[in-house]
Write a protein that binds this ligand. Structure first.
Ligand code: SAH
Length: 259
């Protein structure tokens, strides 16, 4: 999959993209990411990308022409019309569902705003505005990185184990089950020091009984989702076994509440 990012801080985006799973996928060529400096698309000697807002008021606004030129340049150079995303707190809220939709786009161009945002006319060239949450960032770079990271995980070959992606929280509308690694028991005291009550891994995970482990994990995932994010269960795609577990848990909750 192709990504282009347009920003006034290319180093900030490039450096972060180099690490971890995404970095390796870029090295292997599974992901093709080009980060572009918005200043390269200015035509004046001082490479100015911002200007004061019409009508007055504080702050600066990103000028439209450099962004238009950047979009044109990406289209010409890549030979494909990208799906253009503008990072914006006013956009569609990014959820795993939106991430899945974006992962099916062959070529994504992400525009990073700064200052008070971008000139409103830039929106005429934008396919979708996306927000990563109800808070204000100082620029779109972190939002672009969040989007690329989340989308990249869904591209075949990026995460080594496809099963792990399929089991992640939200992928089927459930939170993930709890994970443990060695040792089987750690001290529960300060700094992991030994104490009379050590912290143990649930016995079932050490049992080697795969059917039981699978059922325990399902139960834990549903228990957590019910406790932390019951809203997710309204639209979750549960199999028969999970539906049965959910009915049991809800019945237990009701009988406890009635006591
Ligand atoms: N004045 C604007 C906010 C500008 S913040 C407003 O109230 O709508 C500067 C830039 O940071 C934005 O142009 C956008 O690119 C980015 N940004 C800020 N918050 C964001 C969020 N929650 N999600 C995605 N991008 C965000």
């Amino acid at each position: 999959m192709r990504f282009d990012v347009v920003t006034i801080f290319p180093a900030m985006v490039e450096q972060t993209l180099g690490a971890g799973i995404v970095g390796r996928a870029i090295e292997r060529g599974t992901l093709d990411v080009i980060v572009r400096d918005l200043r390269a698309f200015t035509t004046d000697r001082h490479r100015v990308v911002d200007d004061v807002p019409y009508g007055g008021g504080p702050g600066m606004v990103l000028k439209p022409e450099p962004l238009f030129r950047a979009i044109d340049a990406v289209e010409i150079e890549r030979g494909s019309r990208p799906f253009v995303v503008l990072t914006s707190p006013q956009g569609t809220r990014l959820t795993q569902e939106v991430v899945e939709r974006l992962s099916r786009v062959p070529h994504l161009l992400i525009l990073c705003g700064r200052y008070e945002g971008v000139d409103e006319r830039v929106r005429s060239r934008v396919d979708e505005e996306i927000s990563i949450g109800d808070y204000i960032l100082s620029g779109g770079e972190l939002a672009a990185l969040v989007m690329i990271d989340a989308v990249a995980r869904l591209i075949p070959g990026v995460v080594g184990d496809e099963q792990s992606v399929a089991e992640d929280s939200f992928s089927r509308g459930l939170l993930d089950f709890p994970q443990y690694t060695r040792p089987a028991e750690v001290g529960g005291g300060a700094g992991g020091a030994p104490s009379s009550t050590g912290l143990k891994v649930p016995d079932v995970l050490l049992s080697g009984n795969h059917a039981e482990i699978r059922r325990w994990r399902k139960r834990e995932a549903i228990t957590r989702t019910l406790a932390r994010r019951p809203d997710l269960l309204e639209v979750a795609a549960l199999d028969d076994e999970e539906q049965e577990i959910l009915r049991e848990l809800v019945a237990q909750q009701r009988s406890r509440a009635a006591e």
